[in-house]
Design a protein around this ligand. Sequence first.
Ligand SMILES: C[S@@+](CC[C@H](N)C(=O)[O-])C[C@H]1O[C@@H](n2cnc3c(N)ncnc32)[C@H](O)[C@@H]1O
Ligand code: SF4
Length: 363
Amino acid sequence: MTNSVYLHIPFCSSLCTYCSFTKFFYNEKMVYSYLNSLLREIKTKYRGEIIKTIYIGGGTPSCLSVKELEYLFKIIKIFNFDANIEFTMEVNPESLTLEKLKLMQENKVNRISMGVESTILKNLKYLGRNHDFSLVKEKMQLIREVGITNINIDLIYALKDQTLKDLKMDILNILSLKPTHISTYSLEIYPQTILGIKQEKNISEDLDFQMYELICQELKKHGFMHYEISNFSKPGYQSRHNLVYWNNENYYGFGLSAASYIENIRRTNTSSLKKYLAGNFLGEEEVLTKKDILSYALILGFRKIEGINKNMFFKKYGVNLLDLYNIKDLLKKGLLKENAFNIYIPCDKIYIENSILINFVGE
Ligand SMILES: C[S@@+](CC[C@H](N)C(=O)[O-])C[C@H]1O[C@@H](n2cnc3c(N)ncnc32)[C@H](O)[C@@H]1O
Ligand code: SF4
């Protein structure tokens, strides 16, 4: 069963220095052609299941005009919504307005994810962001004014010349907004981005680790659960949509470069706008073997702090987790831990998680 949908809106009103997502400068003429192709793709692939989570990401969905958003929501009405749907929309403080928010709320959006990234002007400039913290506070108020209370904030850290003191200020400012969820990202510098072209360098691994520790400490101190390597939530506010990915469950992905996982096939749509508009949606397809499925289940599942439930794993895959790969070996080395229900990466090893997960790649 496929009960989750990701929709990609590849337009932004300005382009950030670090961003490698599939996105283009907002272009009025292009948006309707794009939405028409999106509609065509959904009509071809959606099989009428009840949808429990929708995530509209980008790009910046909130940079569409009110009329374009109305059309987008008309398209989304195709889906059969579960009564308890989690419906998230990514927004940027620059383009969010009360009118757009009212439209979102009327169309059942009940979770907002806002890119705040930093609250310090110097760092926002480095990232190429066109907002400051006072604008973020204003937009948070508007979100609450329309009655949406489930709000995620994105934070980027490990920036050039950033100190632990700067980061602490970012964390405290973000906490003052009272979000229900915080996603944190250590800055990645990709070659094709402005930072990459300028050959900007990452901060030292040592400082990066100290920053990660500071984030974990401060957020836990303020009542946030650390439930995935980079994600924190107030109890009961974990992202249900992202848990679908980490639990290796099925999902539809519609739009440019969107990924889907259905009946053991992982597909990634083309990232060529020209091809997408011509109706050639597919980019790559990977038909998974049993080994691949298990490998994905481990790599994704161990991202969760609680790890993987042994019984559920057996029920789903018919294999005992402890009999797989080098799990016993990693347990012996202390790189994995076990309790009555789960196997998980211990807290003090989460930072080196990637070097542990590498054990399961292509096994
Ligand atoms: C699609 S954007 C969020 C919505 C909106 N476009 C915005 O930027 O406000 C997804 C998030 O990924 C994170 N991100 C993107 N590129 C990154 C990079 N190179 N390094 C670290 N985090 C990154 C940022 O936190 C960003 O908010
Ligand atoms: S970070 Fe967000 S706003 Fe900036 S270019 Fe990427 S998708 Fe667009």
